[in-house]
Design a protein around this ligand. Sequence first.
Ligand code: FE2
Length: 187
Amino acid sequence: MIIERLSREHRNIETLLAVLERELEIFDRGGHPDYEVIRAIISYFELYPEMYHHPQEELVFAKLELRDPAAAAKVGNLTLEHQKGTQRLRRVAQAIDSVLADREMLRQNVDTIVRDFIENERRHITMEERYFFPAALTALKPVDWAEIALASTNHEDPLFSEAAEETFDALRARILQMEQESEAGRR
Ligand SMILES: [Fe+2]
């Protein structure tokens, strides 16, 4: 089921946001966060939500706009929200690059940028689960879901293939493993 899958992906995203937040707290205390973990999380966000999760949600949203425009209006401009998320992610990547390149950057600014990303992602997920997913489940017809499934499991497109999904699973698993190792090393 598409919505179940998107919700499951939200749980994965939340896990990575929690890891990122923990690393940020270490940074805020003036400690040494694991930049490899942070970079891997940024890479994950650049890949998975950008290339798979968001496009799939936008397919669902396009159907919702047709079936129930009022409900879609309540959700707002999903594509624009996703684009803003992309911009926030880009700022995070730039801030971390600056830190790693030893460029002058106030710790406070890095904290603000990363925290802004984390908080907005969480807010966005909450909004989707509260308004968007229930509305889609109510309004979309079986034929809509069938069309979305067809559009997103086109095996000619490497981004939407099962192999691509396994790559993302592997990357996420690697991040969590790195985090565990990093945590063990800090003890
Ligand atoms: Fe989402």
